[in-house]
Design a protein around this ligand. Sequence first.
Ligand code: NAP
Length: 478
Amino acid sequence: MTTKHTVTLIPGDGIGPEVIDATRKIIEASGVAIHWEIRHAGASVFKQGIESGVPEETIESIRKNRIVLKGPLETPVGFGEKSANVTLRKLFETFANVRPVSEFEGVPTPYSGRKLDLVVIRENVEDLYAGIEHMQTPDVAQCLKLISRPGCEKIMRYAFEYARMEGRKTVHCATKANIMKLTEGLFKKVFEEVSKDYPDIEANHIIIDNCCHQLVKKPEQFDVIVTTNMNGDIMSDLTSALVGGLGFAPSANIGHNAAIFEAVHGSAPKYAGKNVINPTAAILSGVLMLKYLGELDAAVRIEAAVRKTWASANSKTRDIAGDSISVSTTEFTANVISHLAPAGQPKPRPGRVDTGKIVENLKSSSAVGRVDGADVFVEFKGSASELGAIMERCGESTAMKLKMISNRGTKVYPGRTDTACVDHWRCRFVNRNGKEISDRQIYDLLYRITDAKLKWVHIEKLQLFDGKAGFTKAQGED
Ligand code: NAP
């Protein structure tokens, strides 16, 4: 056997080594020659005191090989602070997380017979997963939701190119743009712009909550769903349950310089070492990897063998068959190998989107920001009217005047509301005379607020981009 590909293999934690071992054995049985470079990440690494959970030699191996097959990684409480999974995805800018699900004959679900076959394409590096969080006051925590135009364009183009490659007809973009108008709204806007370059694919926007409702009610209406990081994380566990559960959901993390293949599920520690879990999700992640490597024949044969194994009686793992009549992980693996057809199947579709074409042609907005005011967030224990009186005085004879104060997003000054106020207030100061606000004028305001013995904890400039507000209004603000 000649070695053709070198792949970084991360066995992972919990059930990881078992599902990865099954995948490796089946790939080897298919005849594809792979040199596996075994590296580690996750719990064992955190325990060595490496806070990222990913040691340098693992990073080096991925940088060199660019392809990773990995088991799930646990984030133990009390060791590193960040998830090693998220670190890997971000370090290698694997911007697209592809999560296909399809029906398996022999795996009964409430949807059996509907021929489900859909793909969630989750943006994989932005959104709340930027992980920028702060306690702003003793009572209030904040997480920044960062969505960028190039980040949106990359994932949209990937989704449409993927749909074309797979001969799929429809792309739905699922967002919460009705509430988060600037972040999820930008995602929707870029979807609408990019969709114009793909007139052969039907493009629909759907609000994420209705998308989940429709997925449970009539999932066969979906083909490709592109969505933001957090939405996609939650929704893809839901879609896995439509076809039998997390044991059936593979994924690919695709970047321009690296690709990481792994099951959607985690390390399921209660089953670790028991030889009872379903390795299908990991094996199908291996199939996605083989497609990416151009090993299309082996990919098609392995997927067919997995399907045949599920379709045959007496070959189901515990998650589907229950404890008494199930086969073990290793028996299931042997059954898949026994069902592998000889090489030389009908020519399958290509399995890799040209990411180079996508990343080389990204556009940034040419808009220029003009500062029109500032939101100053303060910690304050008292009433809205007391704070309002102090802030009105702070703004007197400065370039800005107090427009309103909100608490947790609802306007509470001027006027009266029933809002339950916490110790974190947003005081909105706006331009008094139509001229652009300078940084010095903002510092001047902050000095006055400090002199008034108030503690400001955060500030945001209010900017206009090409004349359009780059900020949202509070609930109840005119
Ligand atoms: P999980 O490990 O995915 O397990 C949740 C449940 O899903 C299991 O208890 C089991 O359900 C079922 N399940 C998962 N994989 C299965 C398989 N291969 N075969 C059969 N059933 C399977 O989720 P978790 O318990 O929330 O997370 C455990 C750890 O994994 C955490 O440390 C988390 O951070 C980590 N995690 C890692 C990744 C990753 O590396 N990509 C992803 C998610 C979570 P039943 O109990 O009903 O049998």
